[in-house]
Design a protein around this ligand. Structure first.
Ligand SMILES: *[C@@H]1O[C@H](CO)[C@@H](O)[C@H](O)[C@H]1NC(C)=O
Length: 253
């Protein structure tokens, strides 16, 4: 028969287990965002005249000489500031402070939408990362996919035929992502392109505006400051874009 002291220890252990169980039953709310597209999502702010200038503005976290957020993802490119961090910081100020925000970088510079159709490497990686992020954060235990933030289309301005099929391709991609992640109501925030690699910028912008899908928001990058390469958003422009994305997301709550 166990001694009274041992019984006490067992009781203490049971209490400890009970406490742990309660802690697990109240999971940390986590909001996950997928970031897809090309260079302006990957981030080139401060990186259009040689190496990145290393400036991280206060609204993007303020750390001097941090590592660009898409490092190791948007490969073979000089990376700078994108919209992700200022998006997260703007969101932090507006949602319950206990919420964890998870950003999942997926962008790759120079890629037309044909590189993002179901079955392509970039598409499958994005969906795979989305699933992994949900699993890590504990889907069904407080983790939620907030949105797919999408800034892409500049590479579809080179050939007229690409611009013409853009809306249809975008709709197909969104439908596939929603189906593959089993999130039929996944919010998609699409950024209207401000620049292009070719001359069909307006047709692609029109196509973006013509995308007809539920749970879709449109944020326009046109008018934001562009670097002297005529292609990429500057750091202040990216900070502004992040805030616009946050505002678009918050408007859906
Ligand atoms: C984009 O698609 C082309 C044509 O299929 C392919 O050669 C290229 O590797 C793709 N790029 C990326 C980054 O997946």
């Amino acid at each position: 028969m166990a001694s009274p002291q041992l019984q006490l220890q067992v009781l203490a252990l049971l209490l400890l287990l009970a406490t742990t169980a309660t802690a697990t039953a109240t999971p940390t709310p986590t909001l996950i965002f997928l970031l897809g597209g090309q260079s302006n999502m990957g981030g080139r702010g401060g990186a259009t005249n040689g190496p990145w200038d290393g400036v991280v503005p206060p609204d993007s976290g303020g750390r001097k000489r941090g590592s660009p957020f898409h490092a190791g993802i948007d490969v073979h490119n000089v990376l700078g500031v994108g919209p992700g961090m200022s998006f997260a910081h703007a969101l932090f100020r507006a949602i319950p402070p206990s919420t964890v925000i998870g950003l999942v970088p997926c962008a790759q510079g120079g890629t037309p939408i044909a590189n993002w159709t179901r079955g392509t490497e970039l598409y499958e990686r994005m969906v795979g990362r989305g699933r992994a992020a949900m699993a890590t954060a504990g889907a069904g235990a407080g983790a939620r996919m907030g949105a797919l933030l999408w800034y892409q289309g500049e590479a579809d301005t080179i050939r007229r035929e690409d611009a013409e099929v853009y809306a249809r391709k975008m709709e197909g991609m969104v439908r596939d992502v929603r189906r593959d992640l089993a999130l039929p109501e996944l919010l998609v925030i699409q950024v209207g392109i401000a620049t292009g690699q070719g001359k069909f910028v307006e047709p692609v912008r029109e196509a973006q505006k013509a995308v007809r899908l539920p749970f879709l928001k449109y944020v326009d990058a046109k008018g934001l400051p562009i670097a002297n390469d005529y292609t990429h958003l500057t750091t202040p422009a990216q900070v502004k874009l992040g805030k616009l994305l946050a505002k678009a997301y918050l408007s859906t709550l």
